[in-house]
Design a protein. Sequence first.
Length: 459
Amino acid sequence: MNDETKKQINQRYERQLDKGERFWPDTIFKDLIMSLAIFTLLILLATFIGIPAEPKADPSDTSYIPRPEWYFLFLFKFLALYGQLPIIGKIEWLATVLIPGIAIGVLTLLPFIEKNPNRYYGKRILPISIMTIMVTGIILLTLMSEVPTVAEDGSKLLGTLQTLVGIFIPLTAYILFFAFKSNTRLMLWTTSLAVVSMILISGTVLALAPEKQAEETEVATTLVDQIFAGQDLYSIHCTECHGDDGSVAVIQGVEGLEGEKITPINSRDVLYTITDSAMYEVIAYGRPNAGMPPFGKTYGGELSRSEIDYINVFMRYMWDDRFEIPAEALKPLFPPLATGEVPSYDVHIQPIVKRYCISCHRAGKENNNYLMTTYEEILFTGDNAANNIIAGDEGSYFLQVIQEHAIMNPEKPEEELIGVMPPNRALKPNIVDVFFRWIMNGMPQTAAEAQALSPTPVP
């Protein structure tokens, strides 16, 4: 920059000062107003929109796959694309340190590389072109962050297209920028073609990308929700050995643990002497010597830290007399049946099965292959599927065993074919009545189907 140019700039600066605005207090005041506006916007977004609740963090859970925040997703995708490059992609420090360092260095040195004193955008094509390509790449890489670089069938088409957008097109454009530095028209054409091609290729990638199945994670935020969540988890994972109310002292009907004596977990001996942290460790680590497997994900089980905490909350508020359970958590398991009303699977049977049956009757358990996690499984699975549930038949095996009548093996009369269900404790009469009405009236699935079968109107 020559002396004449410096003089013109200083004169222009003095004229602007004479017109009016100074850094203090004018510019500072504007900055404060803008900061207050942004702060207010954040407060409104947090209050009325918020963010989805997530499970409690579990540093020991090795099954968790960490991902960066949204503002780093473009770099996350860039590193994934860089890893697709042959040979070079194996040198991770180049992608994680050297290339981002060079990019930051170029941005830092850009004022020294581009010394044009003019502020008019039409005379600053090089820096504007560089930033246009860079910002376009950041936006597009962020949008494609969830798209895999290798398809399930092994195809690398999506990865190749993403590499064009994230690496090769921007790199080619930057090289051409400096080659055409003295030709504004060619630089503008290069920028336009690069941006359009990046957008088109990214649109193709997003259109061809496999649909991502959203993983819904239910997070109990209130005490009542935590009690219900814990009750459901307890019913699935614990009822088999400890019973639906934790009162079992002798395990029955569990392969390998038949007749094993245990301390009822709803007793003061357990609830008063074991802290929540100790209970968490028992559930997570299990007690292999006593036949209890680990339930924590870190140790090969199915439960996260939050889910184990929910079970703890359920046990405390249901059985520990030092805790007062909220009235909202005492709602009945299913709506009471009116005289002549026919129950349905959706409204009545499903919650009962979830509470008392699914702990044993799910995949991976010894249950004569009789599964009860869905309506279809209840009706059609099992080694004795033809006799398990028969519409209108009081002799159905299901109705017999829940009324404490074991099914004997016709070939060996002294041997039980199916034992009493559930093995640890008899079902209450009102629950047996629901199953009886349901089977005798054809096992309707929906409330509408059950309503149509009811002989009298149900309010």
